[in-house]
Design a binder for this molecule. Structure first.
Ligand code: ADP
Length: 628
C-alpha cells in the first residue's frame, strides 16, 4: 500500500512527539478524550438543526479499553466520525499551523515548551505509542476507513469495516526503555482512571471503561474472583455548572479538598456564573491558612483554567493579581480556545476581562466578610494581611484604592485590629493626622516615649509591627484626606503645637550653650539636640526629620544592598525632667561628667527604639562609672 507523506509542519511536530523527553506524557489522553468529546458535540449540534436526527443522550459516550498482552489502549467514541478525506486532512496536517510558526526554533527543539503550553492534539499520542491506528465512520457515510501511522515517515489509509458511526483510536503503547521511560503505566487500569479523573472529570459525556474488581464469588463466603465491569469514570457534571441553591457548604469543602487546593478548610467560597460578553463559571476560595510554601520561591499563584470542562492549565497566573495570590479555585469558559498558548493568554482580552471580574468579586467578598463576620475576617487577615499590604506598596501604589479599605492595624484603643475607616471616623475633630508608631512588638511600641503626648490627648495610635507596614503607608500617603504621621515625626500637627514649639525653642535658646555642647559631643551621631515638646515622664527620645523614619532605617539596613541609609535623628531632651538639671550642673562643673551623661542618654534613646548601641562595652562601662 502506498504510504502518504505528512505535510512538513506535521512531520516536525510528530518527530518532536516521538522523541519527546517531556515528563508530562499523560496529557495525550486528555487530548484524545477532548477530541472525542468535540466529535460528540458535533453530532449533538447537528441534531439541533436536522429534524431527521434525534439525540439520545445514552447513545453518546467515550469508551476506553486496555489489552495489556498486546499493549493496546483504545479510545472509542460515538461522535461524528471522519470521512476518508477528513482523515487525510485532519490527521495529515496541522490545523493550527500558526501556533508552531509562533515559536522560535530553540523553543521547539526539546518539545517541552510547546507541549506544556499548547494543546498539541492528536499527535501527542505519539509520545506514548509507536503505532497509532484510527478507524472511523462518518455520519451520513456508508464506508469506514482506517488511518495508520508508525512514525514521521508517513501514514496509510485504507477501507475498513465498522458498524457504527464514530471513531476508534488504537494506540500500540511503546515498550519500556530501560529505566528511563516507563510506558507500562499507560496499560494500567488505575493509572488510566486517575488520568481521566485529573483532566477530564467534567467532560459532558460518560467516559466508560471496563474495570477489574475483586468480588465475592457467588455461593461462597471467602472466595473472590476478578470481574470486569463497565464503569463510568468521570463525574460529568462539574460542581461549577450546578445551581448554587442545590449545593451545600460541604459540597464546596469537598471540592476544595478533592482538588487539593489546600489542607485547611476554606474560610469562604465564591461561586459565580457570568453570561455576558464573555461566559464563564468560577469557583474561588479564600483559604484559612497560609500555604507552607507561600513566601518561598516555589509558590506559584494562579487558578485552574478549563475550556468547556477540559483542564487546559493547572495554574493560570494571569487570572489573579499578586495581592490576591492566596486565592484558590478554577475558571471554566466556553469562550476560550483549548489550544491557547501562554503567550497568547497574556494578551487575551477575554481572559483579561475574566481576571478583572474575578478581582472585583474577591474584593467584594472580603469587604462583606469584614462587614458581616469580623472574626472570620480577622482570621483571614492574620494569614494574608501582609500580602494586602505588599499589594498597596507594590507597583508604585497602583492598587492602593482597591486595597486600602481591606487593611487593618492594631490600635492603641483596646489593642484590637481596626480599619482605617474606623480610625478616621472616630478621630476627634481637631486631630489632624492619623498617627502610627512602629516597633518590633506591641508591648515595645506601647512604651515608646514619643507616644506620651498623643496618649495624653486621647488620640488613637496605630501600631506597626510588620516591616512592610510603614512602606505601605508611605505609599498610601493619606486616607480620606488625612495624612499619616509617625509619632516620632518632628511635626505632629497638634493644636497647641505653636505654643509648645515656642516654649521648646525658648528652652533651647535659654540653654543655648548647653545644647551646643551636647550637639558637639554627639556630632556625627545625631543631626540636632533639642528641648522636647512631646515628652512627659521620660527623659529622652529620638525623633526624625525627613522621610526616613527609624523603623525604615532598620529595615533598609537589614537589606543586603543597603547603601547605609540613615534616618536624620534628633535627640530630644525633656527639660522638665530631673536628668536635665544634672546635665546643667555637669555642664557648669564637670565636662567629663557631661560627656558621660550625654552618651548614656543617647544610648538609652537608641535602646528604646530597638536600635543597636554602637559600643556595648563602652556603654556598660559608662553605667558602672555612674554607680561607683
Ligand atoms: P484539534 O483538536 O486541535 O483541532 P487535533 O490534531 O487533535 O487538533 O485533531 C485534528 C482534527 O481531527 C480535529 O479538529 C477533528 O476535526 C479531527 N478529529 C480528531 N479526533 C477526532 C475524533 N475522535 N472524531 C472525529 N474527528 C476527530
Amino acid at each position: 500500500m502506498e504510504k502518504k507523506l505528512f505535510q512538513a509542519e506535521s512531520k516536525r511536530l510528530l518527530e518532536m512527539m516521538i522523541h519527546s523527553i517531556y515528563s508530562n506524557k499523560e496529557i495525550f489522553l486528555r487530548e484524545l478524550i477532548s477530541n472525542s468529546s468535540d466529535a460528540i458535540d458535533k453530532i449533538y449540534y447537528r441534531t439541533l438543526t436536522d429534524d431527521s436526527l434525534t439525540f439520545n443522550q445514552d447513545d453518546y459516550y467515550i469508551k476506553l479499553s486496555i489489552d495489556k498482552d498486546n499493549r493496546i489502549l483504545k479510545v472509542e467514541d460515538t461522535g461524528i466520525g471522519m470521512t476518508k478525506e477528513e482523515l487525510e486532512e485532519n490527521l495529515g496536517t496541522i490545523a493550527q499551523s500558526g501556533s508552531l510558526a509562533f515559536k522560535s526554533e530553540n523553543e521547539i527543539k526539546d518539545g517541552h515548551d510547546i507541549i506544556g503550553q499548547f494543546g498539541v492534539g492528536f499527535y501527542s499520542a505519539f509520545m506514548v505509542a509507536d503505532k497509532v491506528t484510527v478507524i472511523s465512520k462518518a455520519l451520513d457515510s456508508n464506508e469506514a476507513y482506517k488511518w495508520e501511522s508508525s512514525g514521521a515517515d508517513g501514514y496509510t489509509i485504507e477501507p475498513a469495516t465498522k458498524e457504527t458511526v464514530g471513531t476508534e483510536i488504537i494506540l500500540t503503547i511503546k515498550e519500556n526503555e530501560e529505566e528511563e521511560e516507563n510506558y507500562d503505566e499507560f496499560l494500567e487500569e488505575y493509572r488510566i482512571q486517575s488520568i481521566i479523573k485529573k483532566y477530564s472529570d467534567f467532560i459532558r459525556y460518560p467516559i466508560k471503561m471496563d474495570v477489574t474488581e475483586s468480588k465475592l464469588k457467588e455461593g461462597t463466603e471467602d472466595e473472590y474472583e476478578q470481574i470486569k465491569e463497565e464503569k463510568t469514570i468521570n463525574s460529568m457534571i462539574p460542581i461549577w455548572r450546578r445551581n448554587k441553591n442545590e449545593l451545600t457548604e460541604a459540597d464546596y469543602e469537598n471540592f476544595y479538598t478533592e482538588k487539593r487546593y489546600g489542607f485547611d478548610k476554606p474560610l469562604a467560597h465564591i461561586h459565580t456564573s457570568v453570561d455576558g460578553a464573555i461566559r464563564y463559571n468560577a469557583i474561588l476560595y479564600i483559604p484559612e491558612k497560609l500555604p507552607f510554601d507561600y513566601y518561598s520561591k516555589e509558590f506559584e499563584k494562579g487558578l485552574e483554567l478549563y475550556s468547556s470542562g477540559v483542564l487546559i492549565m493547572e495554574k493560570c497566573p494571569e487570572l489573579l493579581p499578586d495581592y490576591f495570590s492566596f486565592v484558590k479555585g478554577m475558571v471554566d469558559s466556553e469562550d476560550l480556545s483549548l489550544n491557547i498558548s501562554r503567550e497568547i493568554l497574556q494578551q487575551d482580552r477575554q481572559l483579561k476581562r475574566i481576571a478583572n471580574n474575578i478581582e472585583k468579586k474577591i474584593k467584594t467578598e472580603l469587604q462583606n466578610m469584614l462587614k458581616n463576620d469580623r472574626d472570620k475576617y480577622e482570621t483571614f487577615y492574620e494569614s494574608f494581611g501582609r500580602q494586602l499590604k505588599f499589594g498597596v506598596y507594590s507597583d508604585y501604589g497602583m492598587h492602593k484604592e482597591v486595597l486600602q479599605d481591606l487593611l487593618m492595624f492594631v490600635s492603641s484603643k483596646e489593642k484590637k485590629l481596626v480599619t482605617l475607616e474606623e480610625y478616621v471616623s472616630r478621630m476627634p475633630e481637631e486631630q489632624k493626622y492619623i498617627y502610627y508608631a512602629s516597633g518590633d512588638s506591641i508591648a515595645r511600641i506601647e512604651k515608646l516615649p514619643q507616644t506620651e503626648i498623643l496618649r495624653e490627648k486621647g488620640y488613637e495610635i496605630l501600631y506597626f509591627t510588620e516591616d512592610v507596614d510603614e512602606f505601605a503607608i508611605k505609599m498610601l500617603m493619606n486616607y480620606k484626606e488625612k495624612e499619616f504621621r509617625s509619632v516620632a515625626s518632628g511635626d505632629l500637627g497638634l493644636e497647641d503645637q505653636e505654643q509648645n514649639e515656642k516654649e521648646a525653642s525658648e528652652e533651647t535658646e535659654e540653654n543655648k550653650e548647653l545644647f551646643e555642647a551636647l550637639k558637639e559631643i554627639l556630632s556625627g551621631k545625631v543631626k540636632d539636640v533639642r528641648a522636647s515638646k512631646r515628652l512627659r515622664t521620660h527623659p529622652v527620645c529620638l525623633s526624625t526629620d525627613g522621610e526616613i523614619t527609624i523603623e525604615m532605617e532598620k529595615i533598609l539596613q537589614a537589606m543586603p544592598d543597603n547603601q547605609n541609609v540613615q534616618a536624620e535623628k534628633i535627640l530630644e531632651i525633656n527639660t522638665n525632667h530631673e536628668v536635665f538639671q544634672s546635665l546643667k550642673s555637669a555642664f557648669e562643673t564637670d565636662k567629663d561628667k557631661l560627656n558621660l551623661y550625654t552618651n548614656l542618654l543617647y544610648n538609652q534613646a537608641l535602646l528604646i527604639e530597638g536600635l543597636p548601641v554602637q559600643d556595648p562595652v563602652e556603654f556598660t562601662n559608662d553605667i558602672c562609672k555612674v554607680m561607683v
